[in-house]
Design a protein around this ligand. Sequence first.
Ligand SMILES: Nc1nc2c(c(=O)[nH]1)N[C@H]1C(S)=C(S)[C@@H](COP(=O)(O)O)O[C@H]1N2
Ligand SMILES: [Mo]
Length: 548
Amino acid sequence: MSEQRSGGAQGRAADGSAADPEGGGGQRESGPAMTKKRLAALGGRIARGALVGLVAGGAGLAVGELVAVATGEASSPVVAAGDWAISITPTWLEQFAIRNFGSNDKSVLLGGVYATLAVGAAADGVLARSRLTTASFLTAAFGVVGAIAAVTRPAAHTNWLLPSLLAGLVAALVLRRLTTLSLRESAPSAESSERRRFVLGTLGTAAGALVAGYGGDAWIKARYNVSAARAKVVLPTPKAVLPEPPASVHPNVAGLRSFFTPNSEFYRVDTALTLPQVDPDDWKLTIHGMVDRPFEITFDELLSYAFEEHDMTLTCVSNPVGGPYMGNARWLGTPLAPLLRRAGVHSGADMILSTSTDGMTIGSPVEAVLDGREAMLAIAMNGEALPVKHGFPCRMLIPGLYGYVSATKWLTDLHLTTFASSDAYWTPRGYSPEAPVKTASRIDVPASGATVPAGTVVLAGTAWATHRGIAAVEVRIDNGAWREATLATSDTPDTWRQWSYQWVDAPKGSHAVKVRATDGTGAVQTSAVQGVVPNGATGYHGITVRVS
Ligand SMILES: Nc1nc2c(c(=O)[nH]1)N[C@H]1C(S)=C(S)[C@@H](COP(=O)(O)O)O[C@H]1N2
Ligand SMILES: [Mo]
């Protein structure tokens, strides 16, 4: 490709350098003074180029955002790039992000996307001063890459190409225009009118981009917001009212979390950079694949099924020993087994591959749904319609299995298939296709590292072996014997069980405390230390506490 060093149409050297090198006129000066002047001129060119590149990139993104008002938030260039980055994130990095950023990982990722784009745009702007055509093509190519990222997302429509393509095109056009103005402005012969045009052109474009970008973003958030639709959902009355569990499910120790986790405090784990906004009026669920009678139901039809309440603890395979990624809630849902029976599952089908509106795929054993446990399609959590971040309007739940193999949020499709022929999202990323929740326990009170007064020290926490239940919890102080803790009343085997222990005459000094649980089958929690990958961490949770 021939480099267009000087824009013919512009009638002037690309950066004025051919006609009169910037810093020219310095011939009569010598040595350090000249070098200094040259450096200053170079700095000025780089700064102007970077500024022009950033403004051009910003203008492109703003246009992309406006186009995404029509095509949907997930098609906007930054979100599409971010979603694509998530999909190629290697498991070790995903684990690192969960450990270090927790639920802020999405903001960190978006920040990273913006930073990458900004560096690229600024560099492109500098390049444009000497290689305008190349730089324009590069900018447009950024748009093409964004468009490919968008259209290859699992839930994409063809029109997801548009925001990034148009963003790239607009950015390239703005880059050409502002670079031309800038080169004229920085030529030694520049007139003040040329300065003014550059400054006004750049400021005007930047201001327009900010207004369009923020405006487009706000417009998207308003247009696709389902909170009004969520507020209108009338929850069906359950077949039988589930009584509140007795107060004794909680050991009544100050500082110990409540038995039910409030929705606002419930952990959130998913790959959705922007929350799917699914209107119940548009929602439907398809059950198909290895079945005799595939069918589809709307949200209203779903509501005509029998609903039940069930208390269940949900936990993430990525929860490290002692970690926070778990919560306990009262769910309202319709049992999943009757829906599978209605479809008539073929005997060879051993996997339900469920899909969400954002294209997540989760594989669950058919057997776990049909063996009598309370697997359900849930629509409410702790008495209110599912919060958007927890899967509104409908999610799947199967007691006893980690979330990544059971708890599909924004559920829309159930495909009956086999583990041998289908992979769910996390399987090629190193996680086991099947993953029952491992027996685990945690010390919540006192906090690790805390100082407590001597005398009787109360230890308390929670233990879970979802669906098997908890039969015992023991604590060990320093290297002493394991001592039986007092279990709070069990709600159901599907919920966690809280516990407490009165440590009488705790001696002064620093102590290590460990906890372990025994599940309902009599199996003692393993002490073997294993990381999260491939199917859940094991090992005993311990704290240190200073008695003074
Ligand atoms: N659509 C969708 N559903 C999903 C996920 C996801 O990434 N996308 N993550 C799963 C995982 S790994 C877990 S642990 C649970 C977490 O549910 P919560 O965010 O409501 O606590 O949702 C599951 N369902
Ligand atoms: Mo998870």
